[in-house]
Design a protein around this ligand. Structure first.
Ligand code: NAD
Length: 480
């Protein structure tokens, strides 16, 4: 049984959960779960440890981050296999995720020196307050305190890295709650953090329920900031409660990213990129291209090529090198997908299915032709391998379809007319618009997040997280 990590101590709790491999339904390991009491204790321990940790010179904190990156590299194979097993993510994609986590720890160490600087303010240009000519005004960046991090199931390594690494650079202490579907990778990374020299108490990794560990993190007044990644339904509830206890919030929530294919698009590229953007990790990425909107003049050709490609995808064991698609995360997710397909058929969709193994939580990669805005698949977030493809005749219609959702994470446009693509980009509700490339593009240093129901508060990204979860303190000295 795997213990929780409470401030650096491995603690066995009474309650536990089975972590199940979604590819075959077998138990990988049993993991202890924390409750409200352990979470309160972790916050107290973090608050104590923060006093000293926040005073550690930046060079010492970044040394820990660089050492973490090295240790992840040493343990990478074990991490990749564990990540693949608990999440059902194909091993090729699990490797990419672990590589990103390594880069993320290294990039944070590099960027912290520049981002965590203060400024000198030129105040002698202002009449008010009087006497500015005799003042020296500058600012310093200070840590926020104890931060709570709530992770989704789909990126156990990358989410951990995105939330933990910048906080360590800033000098915050952090309590992490991984998803109970994929807690083992986070526990392994937590253990690595301490092996890399993190002082006791600074980090806790507490697998546990949303209503227990999650709620305690959100409601505890000693926690000064929340960084959350997960669904919109859960995120908005957390945000409202977090604000009541005066927390700074970074809420990265769901997405239903559109891909618009114009009549002059490079169709081969648009098909290849869209298939990958929609079906990578069985469609369980926040910025997957979840709705495809294609010009009528190329619609049938696009659907034909797209479907041919989808049928050739290899769906199978995530640990096999040649697997393109593994399972979805749970039996519930399979049932959700069944409901989406049923709804699409009832509303006039024509369905094509790829193959799937008959054991485990698999759902076949599915294409829905004749998709329309009445369908659930065209308005909400479908977190699985279903690609609705809708037809448009003029650009306004494409924009209207793309924007017909409460979400606004990312969007893609395929066109050889860059000027037109830029005009459309201006009309789209999205945190990022990607021209002639995948909705899945993300640079870990840059702000990442969405508009509307895709994000609340500040956006994630190494630089942004450091800025959001630290304080700029202004200091004024009267030199007279
Ligand atoms: P989820 O919302 O079900 O769970 C996310 C986390 O919140 C889990 O750790 C869960 O235990 C916790 N939680 C649940 N109820 C809670 C409560 N009442 N209080 C506190 N915590 C609570 O999401 P999921 O299924 O794990 O992840 C998939 C979702 O995450 C999708 O909607 C996806 O789009 C989104 N996501 C967004 C991004 C992004 O950067 N925008 C990235 C990855 C995933």
């Amino acid at each position: 049984m795997l213990p929780i990590i409470l401030g650096g101590e491995k603690v066995e709790t009474e309650a536990s959960v089975d972590v199940v491999n979604p590819a075959n339904g077998q138990v990988i390991d049993r993991v202890c779960v924390a409750g409200r009491e352990e979470t309160k204790r972790a916050v107290e321990v973090a608050e104590e440890a923060f006093q000293e940790f926040s005073r550690l010179p930046l060079k010492d904190r970044t040394k820990i981050l660089l050492r973490v990156a090295d240790l992840i590299e040493e343990d990478r194979e074990k991490l990749e296999v564990t990540l693949s097993k608990e999440s059902g993510k194909p091993i090729r994609d699990a490797r990419v995720e672990v590589t990103r986590a390594i880069h993320l720890f290294r990039s944070t160490a590099e960027e912290a020196k520049l981002i965590l600087e203060g400024k000198t303010y030129r105040v002698d240009g202002y009449e008010y307050p009087p006497g500015n000519e005799r003042r020296l005004v500058f600012s310093v960046r200070e840590p926020l305190g104890v931060v709570g991090a709530i992770l989704p199931f789909n990126f156990p390594a990358n989410s951990f890295a995105h939330k933990v690494s910048p906080n360590i650079a800033v000098g915050n202490a952090i309590v992490v709650k991984p998803s109970t579907s994929t807690p083992i990778t986070s526990l392994m990374l937590g253990e690595i953090m301490y092996r890399a020299g993190l002082p006791r108490g600074v980090l806790s990794v507490l697998p546990g329920g949303g209503e227990t560990v999650g709620s305690e993190i959100v409601e505890n007044r000693k926690v000064k900031g929340i960084t959350f990644t997960g669904s919109t339904a859960v995120g908005v509830g957390i945000a409202s409660r977090a604000v009541l206890t005066g927390k700074r919030i970074m809420m990265e929530m769901g997405g239903s990213d559109p891909i618009i294919v114009m009549k002059d698009a490079d169709l081969g590229k648009a098909v290849d990129v869209s298939v990958r953007a929609r079906f990578e990790y069985s469609g369980q990425n926040c910025n997957a291209g979840k709705r495809i909107i294609v010009h009528e003049s190329v619609y049938h050709k696009f659907v034909q090529e797209f479907t041919r490609k989808v049928k050739s995808l290899k769906v199978g064991d995530p640990l096999e090198e040649s697997t393109d698609l593994g399972p979805v995360i749970s039996h519930n997710a399979v049932m959700d997908m069944e409901r989406v397909v049923k709804d699409s058929i009832q509303r006039g969709g024509k369905v094509y299915e790829g193959s799937k193994p008959d054991h485990g939580f698999y759902f076949p990669p599915t294409v829905i032709e004749n998709a329309n805005l009445d369908m659930v698949a065209m308005r909400t977030e479908v977190f699985g391998p279903i690609a609705p493809i809708a037809m448009f005749s003029d650009v306004e219609e494409a924009v209207q379809m793309a924007n017909a959702t409460d979400y606004g994470l990312q969007a893609s446009i395929f066109s050889s007319d860059v000027k037109l693509a830029l005009k459309v980009a201006r009309e789209l509700k999205a945190g990022a618009v990607i021209i002639n490339d995948s909705t899945r593009l993300r640079w870990d240093s840059l702000p990442f997040g969405g508009v509307g129901m895709s994000g609340l508060g500040s956006r994630e990204g190494i630089r942004n997280t450091m800025l959001t979860l630290s304080e700029e303190k202004i200091v004024s000295v009267d030199l007279s």
